[in-house]
Ligand binder design. Structure first.
Ligand code: PLP
Length: 380
């Protein structure tokens, strides 16, 4: 039973069928001037137009790259470099994905000043704190749309407004919302948005950055005119075709799927709270994406729960897949005020297209047994 859809999702078979010809028959380089190149270029540009339509952008505002991590890097480093002479201050939150957090830390080593905004007990950034942090030197605000560990949705519309009023560029990592929420992402008002195909049933190793027309940004990878000069390198045409198809399919069913998953998630959480004493749901008081549940259990280690559930055939995680093997407690949960012990007693359950009520009910039973067994052992 796979309950870790925030780590990755299975490739939609319909998407695979659409991608396959671009690996086997139409394998041209999209920069070549003859027919193979033209075929690839047409597919690439159709993909770009499709992504733009799904998020409410113009076609020329989409830059394809190799991952969500790369999109985040291009946004943060690209804007920081382009505006270096205007200022050196960046504002982010303390709960960002490492793709943003570590990039900001690296920029600090290069002489930028970074403010890491705190969050409240539910994981929300405060707008007052954000406003207070802004100075004439602030060139970029980067705050994620949904948190990958808790699903908590930041007030990005408000953040975009505050940044725009002051002429500050605003980037949002939308990797965990693209394809999951109805509505067009550009409606958030962000100047830059990061997307990653493998989070919405597309292929791994392909991402996109939305760059609002006129946003100051300079390339991080040089070597050719690809992607409007913002990301050199021969485009991954099958991957891009796959990303675009997956996003369009996800957008078609986003509203119904979001409603279905929210019901399943709420039922799951209520049943766990009933069945397992000493449990809390992190971020429950905040708006959240409908598929994510982050749970803390007293007196047990999250890693042991994950291993115990794996023995029972259930896949969940302790947090970000990128932090697996990291003995440190989650920076997201610590920022929300959990003690290191509480943070270490937490797991993330993330639902998706193939999750059904019956199997989730079975997961609650296995979880309750696993926690009870681990608590019994730890109290010996
Ligand atoms: N940002 C967020 C919020 C994520 O959840 C992830 C992946 O877990 C990434 C960025 C990185 O995306 P990718 O795996 O495509 O590098």
């Amino acid at each position: 039973m796979y309950l870790d859809y925030n780590a990755t999702t299975p490739l939609d078979r319909r998407v695979f069928e659409i991608m396959a010809p671009y690996m086997t028959e139409r394998w041209g380089n999209s920069s070549s001037p003859y027919r193979f190149g033209n075929q690839a270029r047409i597919a690439l540009e159709k993909g770009r137009a499709r992504v733009a339509e799904c998020i409410g952008a113009e076609t020329g505002e989409i830059v394809f790259c190799a991952s969500g991590t790369e999109a985040d890097n291009l946004a943060v480093r690209g804007v920081a470099a382009a505006l270096r002479t205007r200022g050196n201050h960046i504002v982010t939150s303390s709960v960002e994905h490492h793709a943003v957090l570590y990039t900001c830390r690296a920029l600090e080593a290069e002489g930028y000043r970074v403010t890491y905004l705190p969050v409240d007990d539910d994981g929300l950034v405060g707008l007052k704190e954000l406003e207070k942090s802004l100075t004439p030197e602030t060139i970029l605000v980067t705050v994620m749309h949904a948190n990958n560990e808790t699903g908590v949705l930041q007030p990005v519309g408000e953040i975009a407004r505050i940044a725009r009023e002051r002429g500050i560029v605003f980037h949002s990592d939308a990797v965990q919302t693209a394809g999951k929420l109805p509505g067009r992402l550009c409606g958030t008002g962000a100047d830059l948005l990061s997307l990653s195909a493998h989070k919405f049933y597309g292929p791994k190793g392909v991402g996109a950055l939305y760059v609002r027309k006129g946003t100051p940004i300079s390339p991080r990878i040089t070597g050719g005119p690809h992607e409007h000069g913002l990301r050199a390198g021969t485009e991954n045409v099958p991957g891009i075709v796959g990303l675009a198809a997956a996003l369009a399919l996800a957008a078609e069913s986003a509203r119904a799927e979001a409603e279905r998953l929210a019901l399943l998630r709420d039922r799951f959480e209520n049943r766990v709270l009933e069945a397992v004493p000493g449990t809390r749901v992190n971020g429950r008081g905040a708006p959240r994406v409908p598929n994510t549940s982050n749970l803390s259990f007293d007196a047990v280690d999250g890693e042991s729960i994950v291993l115990g559930l794996d023995l029972g055939g259930i896949c969940v995680s302790t947090g970000s897949a990128c932090s697996t093997g990291d003995p440190e407690p989650s920076h997201v949960l610590l920022a929300m005020g959990l003690s290191p012990k509480e943070a270490q007693g937490s797991i993330r359950v993330s639902l998706g297209r193939h999750t059904e009520e019956k199997e989730l009910d079975a997961a609650v039973d296995t979880l309750a047994q696993t926690v009870a067994r681990l608590r019994a052992i730890s109290s010996i």
